[in-house]
Design a protein around this ligand. Structure first.
Ligand SMILES: Cc1cc2nc3c(=O)[nH]c(=O)nc-3n(C[C@H](O)[C@H](O)[C@H](O)COP(=O)(O)O)c2cc1C
Ligand SMILES: Nc1ncnc2c1ncn2[C@@H]1O[C@H](COP(=O)(O)OP(=O)(O)OP(=O)(O)O)[C@@H](O)[C@H]1O
Length: 312
C-alpha cells in the first residue's frame, strides 16, 4: 500500500482512483463495509482504491484537550487499511488552510485536481468543508459537474444502533470487550514497542513490559486481564494502563504488561495487547508492599481466569 503525505505530494500518476474520506479510527465494521464497496468499485473501474485521512483528526485540531482517545495510532490504522485491500492512503494535514477550504474548494483541489477521482464512496452522514457545509447532496451535484459518481454506503448497525468509533470507545470505557469485538470484527488491541521502565516491577515480583504509548491518550484505564502477542507467540497476562500514582511518575499514561510464567528479554520487541476483562481501577497505594499485594491478587485472578480456558 502506498502512503502519500500531503496534497503537494500527489503527482500526475496518482490521478484516477476511487476514494473515500474519513477518520477511520479503529477500522470498525462500518468502515469495513465502505472499504469493501470501495474495492468492488476499484475493480470495476480498474483504478486504485484510495482512502483520504487527516492528521491530526479534525476533533484533535479543534480541541486537542477534549478530543477523544484514539482507538489506534496512525501506524496501526495504515496496517488495518492495507489489510482491507486499500491500495493508497492520502494523509492530509488538517490545519487552518485545510479547514478554511469551502466544500467547493475541497472538491476542486482535493478530489478533482489532486486525486482525479472517478468515484466517491461515502457514509450518508458524511460532512466536510468549512463549517461542514458539504453534504451528500452537494457531493452528488459536484460529481455530476466534474464527472465522478458518488454512492452512499448503507449504514452498518449492530443491535439496532449504528456502528461508530464513538460506540467502540464507549464499549471500551464500560469494559464491554465482547461488544467492542463485535463492533470491530476483531478483539481490541493496543500495540507498541516494549521500552525500558524503572525496573521497579522486578522488585514488586511482577516484571513488566512497558508498551510505548508515546503521547497517546488511552481509551482504557485500569487493571485488565490480557493476552499479548509477541514474536508470534501468545501469552496470558495482566496489565495496567494508567499514570501509576503509587510510584513517582511523569504523569503520562503507561501500558505495563506482566506475562504469566514468562521470563525473557522483550525490550525493543513489538507487542500487541488484547483486553479481555477489567479487574479493577488503578489505585494509589500508600506503600510498595500494598501495591505488591494488589498485583499478586491481580495475577491470581488471571491464573484463575485462564485455567481451563484456551488462550485467545
Ligand atoms: C497488574 C498490575 C497492576 C498495577 N496496579 C497499579 C495500581 O493500582 N497503582 C499503581 O500506582 N501502579 C500499578 N501498577 C503499576 C506498577 O506501579 C508498575 O508496574 C511498577 O511501578 C513497575 O514499573 P516499571 O516497569 O517502570 O519498573 C500495576 C502494574 C501491574 C502489572
Ligand atoms: N456504521 C457505519 N455504516 C456505514 N458507514 C459508516 C459507518 N460508520 C462510519 N461510516 C462512514 O465511514 C467513513 C469514515 O467514518 P469516520 O471514521 O469519519 O466516522 P465514525 O466511524 O462514525 O466515527 P465517529 O464515531 O468518531 O464519528 C465516513 O464516510 C462515514 O460516514
Amino acid at each position: 500500500m502506498q502512503l502519500v503525505r500531503g496534497l503537494h505530494n500527489l503527482r500526475p500518476q496518482h490521478r484516477g482512483c476511487v476514494a473515500t474520506i474519513g477518520n477511520f479510527d479503529g477500522v470498525h465494521r462500518g468502515h469495513q463495509a465502505i472499504l469493501m464497496r470501495l474495492r468492488e468499485r476499484a475493480a470495476e473501474l480498474q483504478v486504485p482504491a484510495c482512502v483520504v485521512i487527516f492528521e491530526p483528526q479534525p476533533r484533535e485540531f479543534f480541541g486537542p484537550e477534549t478530543a477523544p482517545a484514539r482507538l489506534a495510532r496512525l501506524r496501526d490504522k495504515l496496517e488495518l487499511l492495507a489489510a482491507e485491500g486499500v491500495e493508497r492512503v492520502v494523509c492530509l494535514a488538517f490545519n487552518r488552510r485545510l479547514r478554511e477550504l469551502s466544500a467547493a474548494q475541497f472538491v476542486q483541489q482535493v478530489l478533482v485536481d489532486g486525486l482525479g477521482i472517478r468515484h466517491l464512496e461515502i457514509g450518508d452522514d458524511f460532512r466536510f468543508g468549512c463549517d461542514r457545509a458539504g453534504d451528500f447532496d452537494f457531493l452528488l451535484q459536484s460529481g455530476a459537474e466534474h464527472g465522478f459518481s458518488v454512492e452512499a454506503a448503507a449504514t452498518v448497525e449492530l443491535d439496532g444502533e449504528r456502528v461508530s468509533s464513538t460506540r467502540v470507545r464507549e464499549a471500551l470505557a464500560a469494559a464491554d470487550f465482547t461488544l467492542a469485538e463485535r463492533l470491530l470484527g476483531r478483539a481490541y488491541c493496543i500495540s507498541g514497542r516494549v521500552l525500558h521502565g524503572q525496573k521497579l516491577g522486578r522488585q514488586l515480583g511482577a516484571p513488566t513490559a512497558n508498551v510505548q504509548l508515546k503521547r497517546r491518550k488511552a481509551p482504557l484505564h485500569g487493571v485488565y486481564l490480557v493476552s499479548a502477542r509477541v514474536d508470534g507467540q501468545r501469552h496470558a497476562g495482566v496489565a495496567n494502563i494508567g499514570v501509576r500514582p503509587s510510584v513517582a511518575g511523569d504523569g503520562s499514561a503507561h501500558l505495563e504488561v506482566h506475562l504469566l510464567d514468562f521470563s525473557g528479554d522483550l525490550y525493543g520487541h513489538r507487542m500487541a495487547v488484547a483486553f479481555h476483562r477489567k479487574l479493577r481501577d488503578e489505585q494509589r497505594f500508600a506503600s510498595l508492599e500494598a501495591l505488591k499485594t494488589a498485583i499478586d491478587a491481580d495475577i491470581a485472578a488471571a491464573r484463575a481466569y485462564w485455567l481451563g480456558q484456551p488462550l485467545q
